[in-house]
Design a protein around this ligand. Sequence first.
Ligand code: FES
Length: 231
Amino acid sequence: MNFLLLSPDTTISSASPAALFSPGRGLSNAPYPLPASAGISRIRTSWPALARLFLSSSTLDAIDTSPLLTRRAWLGLAWGAFSAASAAALAATGRFMFPNVLNEPPQQFKAGFPNEYGMGVDERWKEKYAIWLVRTPEDIEQHASGFYALISVCTHLGCTPNYLSAENKFKCPCHGSGFRTTGVNFEGPAPRPLERARIVLADDGQILVDKSRKFQRELGQWADPEAFLKA
Ligand code: FES
């Protein structure tokens, strides 16, 4: 086996790498034996000279005996990893420039003219505004004919109930709560009636629903004049 033998008493600044690696130049008192490429047996040099030697890429390739990757490949790999980490950090920073925005529908909307509605539950606003508009000949609270706006959020855990026209009731698919078309709960775990939203007549004669104001029956709020639109 050949070894590269190093000693601190010689410099290589004036010598070519080929001359340094010529067979037979080294002495036997070198403290650090290193594997050398074929044809090189011994070398005497100093540590600064050794450093200069290692800075020369062509020389590096010549003496690199790594069984898996050359130094050049390792360097490329390191730069690649560094670039990827920098790009990820940059992307994470840029993400702060675009915060999550929840685009909720407006709380107020015009629902058309009263004469556009028949008696019973109207579902045209459920998907967009989570509202059932109900027209009744006799409200249980206001004892008059007119409209109320039921909010389609279950008072148990917030699921969206379905209107079952055949049974004339709202049924929650999550845990089975049932509500009458008035909004009053009568089966399942829901602890209280559905809430009603403010409903008034706008200046142009259309029905105006305002979800920012809610009315709860258990608090006596369904008797509020704005919880029901007489018509
Ligand atoms: S969320 Fe409606 S019954 Fe549970």
